[in-house]
Design a protein around this ligand. Structure first.
Ligand code: 13P
Length: 218
């Protein structure tokens, strides 16, 4: 199981850079494994990343202790704190996707201008204030901005997408960047229409079954 997840994390890192969702050594990924989390190592080029380099940390531990040949991502705090706050979340993808980052630089929340926002559990994706990378301050902002949703923009930084597993978190990362891109483009030529809150609430319920039926093998 551990080997499988480690390999899946490496594959996801390569995919997010290959598809342009992320670049360089930016971004990081974690997956819950029982009482622990597996998390990408810090400052490691994904092309050289191997499953054995993925670090392991106990979710309950306060001291940041880790196991592995390499230190965990500098963002281990927000990975740990989100997994603590949200038992429903099994995987977290953080990346510096271009349009999500542009909106974060403008401190713009993403409103319900497209129905796919419902896949994130609510009518709006929040954008947090800025805090330096790797800090407890950033972690607190990320947890609060995420709330009960599955996506958040980090001010002047990037985005976080979450899911019950890595496939779902990666799917949402792509969808969040698409929401950011289409919102940006629609605002460039006009004022996008915002869908009613009741419609988003209805769709959010439908999306609760969407993954299980359409995307995951069950
Ligand atoms: P790490 O290389 O430490 O994971 O940091 C990259 C990053 O995106 C920080 O926000």
């Amino acid at each position: 199981m551990t080997d499988e997840i480690r390999s899946a994390i490496v594959a996801a890192c390569l995919e997010m850079n290959r598809t342009g969702l992320n670049q360089g050594t930016s971004g990081n990924i974690s997956v819950r494994l029982g009482e622990s989390m597996l998390v990408t190592p810090t400052a490691t080029p994904y092309a050289r990343l191997t499953p054995g380099m993925i670090a392991s940390m106990t979710i309950d531990a306060e001291d940041g202790a880790w196991q592995g040949p390499r230190a965990p991502s500098s963002e281990w705090r927000f990975h740990r704190d989100i997994l603590r706050a949200r038992p429903d979340i099994g995987a977290i993808v953080h990346c510096h996707a271009t349009y999500a980052t542009v909106l974060s630089m403008l401190r713009l929340n993403i409103p319900a201008a497209h129905y796919m926002i419902a896949a994130f559990g609510g009518p709006e994706i929040q954008c947090t204030d800025y805090a330096p990378y790797g800090t407890s301050e950033l972690s607190a902002l990320a947890v609060a901005g995420l709330g009960r949703n599955h996506g958040v923009l980090l001010g002047s930084h990037g985005m976080i997408a979450t899911g019950c597993d890595l496939d779902e978190a990666m799917w949402r990362a792509v969808e969040l960047e698409t929401l950011a891109r289409t919102y940006y483009l629609s605002r460039a030529i006009g004022q996008p229409v915002i869908l009613p809150a009741e419609e988003i609430a209805r769709l959010t319920e439908r999306f609760a079954n969407y993954g299980a039926m359409g995307r995951r093998e069950v």
